[in-house]
Design a protein around this ligand. Structure first.
Ligand SMILES: *Cc1c(COP(=O)(O)O)cnc(C)c1O
Length: 364
């Protein structure tokens, strides 16, 4: 073969396919395919974004000092133990880049978040998937998948796209059973949506061990997916590594300004969480009433299970015909399911109406 060639593992990566945004020939589309939420961005974040526009000729603060301080204040964490990324996807990639590589395996769960597999494979690691139970991470199976070559373990809690979570006590026991040379990455992208008392996003676990990192994002509850801001909270040695391998200016000027303002938006998280709790339940109930199986759901989306790929594909086509875009999850080994983001009250109503009509027509 002629021409430049990347490391062979790079061509083993299947490119990530995001939720679609547009449907040809449909005027109004309702996008419920990327868990962006029902409220858009916080008004204060938009104002900060506009206000900072004239500063775009300046390089950002590479250390994101003010943003890390604002995060620290908001969550009661030491800013020196925080590193920011271009979305948490960036941080996942950096952790794989730094701690993975040839001969350094990564363990994740069967239907775990796709970026772990993509970033892990690209880094040269072998990515080992542990089977799940009831579409929920099985921590015993994940422990069993750990070998002397394992260097990283990723757990999204709750997970995307399944929506299921593991209680804090089980996560802590799992953590305690992992060898100390394995970095445990707890991805809590949906932490703010959880209204259960047996949940911990990971702050405690990070504080108590030297090999746990918690990942968080501004893309979900803060409605800023387009700005690309995420952060890691971890032991000083891991934060030091991230600061060595990250791009020097990885969070842009407007992204930093908007994220700081988003943290200060009064009542925002409560408003989004309350809406989500109410309408997620209504969405799940409505789909169940239509005869669709809905898995337990802790994030800002539900996983609708149509039983077979054929029915899921037909449901997807039916929704698209009516301007509604949801997420196919065949790439996650769930071709019989569709992931549906909790939208506005109207959007939830329309999804229920449309899928009720779909199921009725099938029975017809
Ligand atoms: C959305 C999501 C992320 C983060 O995305 P960024 O936009 O890159 O911050 C990370 N993990 C999970 C499980 C997610 O669903």
């Amino acid at each position: 073969m002629t021409g430049p060639q990347p490391r062979p593992e790079v061509l083993g990566v299947q490119p990530y396919v995001g939720g679609e945004s547009h449907l040809p020939g449909v005027n109004r589309t309702i996008k419920l395919s990327s868990n962006e939420g029902a409220f858009g961005a916080p008004p204060g974040a938009l104002a900060a974004y506009h206000a900072i526009a004239e500063e775009m000729f300046r390089y950002p603060d590479g250390g994101a000092d003010r943003l890390r301080e604002a995060i620290g204040r908001r969550f009661g964490l030491n800013p020196a133990r925080i590193a920011c990324g271009t979305g948490s996807d960036d941080l996942i990639g950096l952790l794989c880049h730094a701690y993975g590589g040839a001969g350094r395996d990564i363990v994740m769960s069967e239907h775990g978040f796709m970026i772990y597999q993509i970033a892990g494979t690209a880094s040269g690691s072998r990515v080992v998937k542990a089977p799940e139970r009831n579409l929920t991470a099985d921590l015993d199976a994940m422990l069993a998948a750990v070998s002397p070559s394992t260097r990283l373990v990723f757990l999204a809690n709750p997970n995307n796209p399944t929506g299921t979570m593991v209680p804090a006590d089980d996560v802590a026991r799992f953590r305690a059973a992992l060898p100390p040379d394995i970095l445990f990455v707890l991805d809590s992208a949906y932490a703010e949506y959880i209204d259960r008392s047996d949940y911990d996003a990971g702050e405690k676990l990070v504080g108590a061990t030297d090999n746990t990192v918690m990942l968080r994002t501004f893309s979900k509850v803060f409605g800023m997916g387009g700005m690309r801001v995420g952060w890691a909270y971890g032991p000083p040695a891991v934060i030091d590594v991230l600061n060595r391998v990250r791009e020097a200016f990885n969070v842009s000027v407007p992204a930093q300004a908007a994220a700081i303002a988003a943290l200060q938006e009064p009542g925002w998280v409560e408003k989004v969480r309350d809406h989500n709790t109410l309408w997620r339940a209504r969405l799940a109930d409505g789909l169940r009433a239509a005869g669709i199986t809905v898995w337990s759901h802790e994030g800002n989306f539900v996983l609708a299970d149509f039983g077979t790929p054929e029915v899921a594909n037909a449901a997807d086509a039916f929704l698209r015909g009516r301007g509604i875009i949801v997420r196919k999850v065949g790439g996650y080994g769930l071709p019989h399911c569709l992931r549906i983001t909790v939208g506005t009250a109207d959007e939830v109503g329309l999804v229920i109406e449309t899928l009720t009509a779909f199921m009725g027509q099938r029975r017809g």
